[in-house]
Design a protein around this ligand. Sequence first.
Ligand SMILES: [Zn+2]
Length: 483
Amino acid sequence: MSRFFLTTTLPYVNAQPHMGHALEFIQADFLARWLKFRYGADNVRFNVGTDEHGQKIRQKAHEAWLSVSDFVSQNVATFVDFCSSFGIGYDSFYRTSLLSHYPVAQTLRNEVKKNWLLGKKTYGGNYCLWCELFKKDKDLVNGECPDHPWQKLVQMEEENYFFLMSHLRDRLLAWFDAHPDFLYPKSKREELRNYLLDLEDLSISRRRETLNRGVPVPDDDDHVMYVWFDALSNYIGACGYPDPSFVDWRSQSIQFCGPDNLRFQWGIWQAMLEAIGAPHTYKLLVHGTVFGPDGNKMSKTLGNVISPFEMKNRYGVDAVRLYVLAGIPTYGNASFVPADMVALHNAWLCDTLGNLINRVLVLGKKYGTDLGDGTALTNQEWARAWADGEKVIEDAMGEYDLYRACHGIHTLWLWANKVFDNSKPRDRILSKEERTAILRDSYTVIVRLCQLYEPVIPAGMARCFGIVRGKEPQIPFVKIEGK
Ligand SMILES: [Zn+2]
């Protein structure tokens, strides 16, 4: 049986949802809906959630003059709202500060200890609060963390628990080399492999004085778990861990993440799975970075930040979802250009999709044709062309190329418009039977096309299906304007 577990990376709730989150959540939602349609909703579980512990959150809460728990609750609420605004149909919203999560992180840690992969060491040095990692001198640029030069490095020294993951290096490398299809895009393999070659032991606890919020270390009251075991264990907690049945969901587990997360989250998380003998992640899909319309990294200083909420309020959720999936390559970096989003929406949804639906329904009504239930396709030439078009989409989805799949769906819509025109359904020389056959087949084609589009823009297609099933001609998508 095919069972799939999909998850986004849990956003760290020190800030509001941004366009990078929109990209990742919408991509994951598209794939989850696609798989549910193919394999049944019960065989797909889609997890999102929030990572709610850590020093950065405390710092941000203080800056906002809020208690940590009020600050966290506020930001979690915006992520929940974000999911409902963008039609993210998750099956679980995992919060790492809930008490139900504690036994997940603690059991994982105990299992790692049982397997002799936990140790206590004194560690000191330069620490980057944003990476949550100690930085070696060789990693610094002008004495700062290269990724977070605006954040002063902190001098830290304390006795911590360490995950002895350097012991797993050879096993992880062997597994990685044996699974060439683990990582998308494949161009990232080299980066991840180099990281695995350098795998070092990892500090996974803090003394309680330093960090007062977090999952308690089971057999040591002076320590609290720090970041890794706490946050990453959600990916098995959402599958039911520590109950042994969690493995039922792990054979085809698909993880979405951003380019910044690749090394830290993925070297480390695969090491944890290796340490407890659990199945590794099946596919890791690493999306690109969304830049501002000017092609620069979004930043408040440059004033080129595009908020997903603002885009949705101005242009509607269908336009944003369609653009994120079909206007931005699944794995490349790209600029978010509102004018391109408007053009895509109007060309694809109004001129192509809406136009055909309206024309088929108008003629069906005009000639009083029984359009059928949208299942039979009698024209063999159309059936062959349809199968070819569908194969293009299937192949793209097999490569987890959501962008190419969307373009494949649009190509089928263009084809449907063309064959409908070429069949000249208004032609007077057609017999009633011939016209009925054309209109019924066209109706079947639009029903199938709507099904293909449902994972892309679920809200718009729910409306569209209402029109198609009701067979009363109506314009499903109205053109939008903007720049
Ligand atoms: Zn850093």
